[in-house]
Ligand binder design. Structure first.
Ligand code: EPU
Length: 340
């Protein structure tokens, strides 16, 4: 286990922000975590640490004054397989999109709509990643996490993770306490396409669903993503910067007076989700630049690093947008990315 001091995080966050951390340590196993806990006496409160996967949902606005633990725990193994389903365990440090490709190539159903999402498997449950009508919680069976305070490994079944929209216990009550070692997903072998998302419905309209394959859906998802979302290898970004706000049905009626065609998704009988990208576009921010930060021209919910932006430049732009959206709509935007 190598400890790197005063280490640049530029290639460890998809915004490409050039900040440093006091210490950077790659973790390959739970044994290494135990050793580390002992070595650093992390039990002492003054040792601040952060678990980092690919840094695809984080904005650093300052150097990190602590220890970054980079999850490199690898491995994909089948735990149980029947004619109907397969339980597959994946190391928290595996790349999420590689894992999805692996399952899609096997012809297994469950996470094909989550193709090409940047980040690691260990980060997927933390914010309960979701796209195109599917969330990872729907296929997660359980995960194992290392308690950074006690060194004990705990199993969390899906219903113990307190999943919500882009949220989990690991982002709320248990924030900063757990290192996710591995996750076990339950995938099915019977066709189970999830085609609620408009563009998927259009593409596969009229097809006999029993003849569809996860690979076809995954290929289409990748096309849709590439049309709308910037590739972090070329343009620094962290996907959606804000969550889609949830409003009540009375607020929606009010909005419809001024904007008859406001897009929305029904959450339940009282609550409605409004695409934050639409709100931001209505305020005139789509494609706008502000210093080295900008709003992606094809999807206003994505903030981008145009040049060598600092984290503060991106945050300033986010704050201007948030203020403007509030002034126009009296709707508060909440960041989806973790801001440090
Ligand atoms: N829209 C606009 N202008 C924009 C962007 C969107 O008017 O610039 C409107 C359009 O009406 C569009 C609607 O918003 O039809 C929805 O847009 P889109 O389908 O792109 O989805 P989204 O609600 O903006 C969410 C997730 C994405 C996920 C997509 C697809 C959040 C915060 N974001 O975006 O997730 O890929 O749905 O399911 O929930 C991410 O989390 O990083 C992410 C990219």
């Amino acid at each position: 286990m190598e400890i790197k001091n005063n280490f640049s995080l530029k290639s460890f966050n998809t915004f490409g922000i050039d900040v440093k951390t006091n210490q950077f340590i790659e973790i390959q196993s739970s044994e290494e975590l135990k050793e580390l806990l002992h070595h650093f006496k992390l039990l002492k409160k003054d040792n601040k640490f952060l678990v980092l996967g690919e840094g695809s949902n984080i904005l650093f606005t300052n150097d990190y004054d602590g220890i970054i633990l980079h999850n490199k725990i690898k491995g994909i193994k089948i735990i149980e397989e029947t004619d109907e389903s397969v339980f597959i365990q994946v190391g928290g440090g595996e790349k999420w999109s590689d894992f999805v490709d692996y399952t899609v190539n096997k012809g297994w159903w469950g996470i094909e709509n989550l193709s090409l999402i940047p980040g690691t498997v260990g980060a997927a449950p933390v914010q309960n990643i979701g796209a195109y009508g599917v969330e990872q919680r729907e296929s997660l069976d359980y995960l194992q996490a290392f308690n950074m305070e006690t060194g004990v490994i705990t199993t969390f079944f899906e219903d113990e993770c307190i999943f919500g929209y882009r949220s989990s216990i690991f982002k709320t009550l248990g924030k900063g306490k757990w290192f996710i070692l591995n996750a076990t997903y339950r995938l099915t072998k019977q066709p189970n396409p999830k085609l609620n998302y408009g563009k998927l419905q259009e593409t596969f309209h009229g097809r006999d669903y029993l003849t569809l394959t996860p690979a076809e859906i995954s290929t289409r998802i990748k096309e849709i993503r590439r049309e709308k979302l910037p590739d972090p290898r070329h343009i620094g970004n962290a996907g959606s910067f804000f969550k889609n706000p949830i409003i009540n049905k009375f607020k929606l009626e009010e909005l419809k007076h001024s904007y008859q065609r406001v897009p929305f998704y029904i959450v339940d009988e009282n609550r409605i989700k409004i695409p934050a990208g639409w709100l931001i576009e209505q305020c005139g921010w789509k494609g706008k630049k502000h210093g080295n930060a900008g709003v992606y021209p094809k999807q206003a919910l994505v903030l981008i690093n145009i040049g060598n932006a600092t984290g503060s430049e991106i945050l300033n732009l986010a704050n201007l947008i948030k203020k403007d959206v509030y002034e126009h709509f009296k709707i508060d935007l909440e960041p989806e990315v973790t801001i440090l």
